[in-house]
Design a protein around this ligand. Structure first.
Ligand SMILES: CC(C)(COP(=O)(O)OP(=O)(O)OC[C@H]1O[C@@H](n2cnc3c(N)ncnc32)[C@H](O)[C@@H]1OP(=O)(O)O)[C@@H](O)C(=O)NCCC(=O)NCCS
Length: 142
């Protein structure tokens, strides 16, 4: 996985728009990178085809997002991205890593479970467009 920087914000935002109903804008991605969030990605030729982001604060790694372009799914890229996020959190002395995922997003929940995350709770109506509960998942790192 390749570390992504400010110059990749436009391509990250493009994948956001392809994959999510409430995508991060290019500016939101830029703001996140500038404030210390870390992004990794996978390229095909010069095109970004997948990315994932995480923010480590006070011993907690919080996953911003994980997304793989539809045409490149089921090839192990999502798993490699989540592994890169976990390694980054370990290197930055996080005690645990946490995330939210839509209750209906069974492929992502399965990916996170494969990577060692457990369901620890539900945030009712956390998401909009459409409204839906979030499943909270965490992985202990120590
Ligand atoms: C979720 C997502 C990142 C998975 O990426 P991917 O590259 O296809 O995943 P991988 O090929 O690495 O698969 C790893 C594991 O994820 C799970 N998985 C991935 N796609 C799945 C699917 N369609 N159905 C069921 N399980 C799936 C499986 O456990 C899989 O392991 P396996 O191949 O041994 O069965 C991808 O589907 C995606 O970008 N979805 C849209 C954006 C999104 O929902 N992101 C998560 C937001 S919280």
């Amino acid at each position: 996985m390749i570390r992504l920087y400010e110059q990749h914000a436009k391509q990250i935002a493009k994948i956001e728009r392809e994959c999510f109903s409430k995508p991060w804008s290019e500016q939101s991605v830029l703001d996140a990178i500038r404030s210390g969030h870390t992004f990794f990605g996978e390229f095909e030729s010069d095109s970004l085809i997948a990315f994932a982001g995480v923010n480590v604060v006070c011993g907690e790694g919080y996953v911003d997002n994980v997304a793989v372009c539809e045409s490149h799914r089921r090839q192990g890229i999502g798993e490699k991205l989540v592994t890169a996020l976990i390694e980054h959190c370990v290197e930055n002395s996080a005690d645990f890593i946490t995330l939210e995922v839509r209750e209906s997003n069974l492929s992502a929940i399965s990916l996170y479970e494969k990577c060692g995350f457990s369901r620890v709770g539900v945030r009712p109506n956390f998401y909009t467009a459409p409204q839906e509960n979030a499943v909270i998942m965490t992985k202990e790192l120590i």
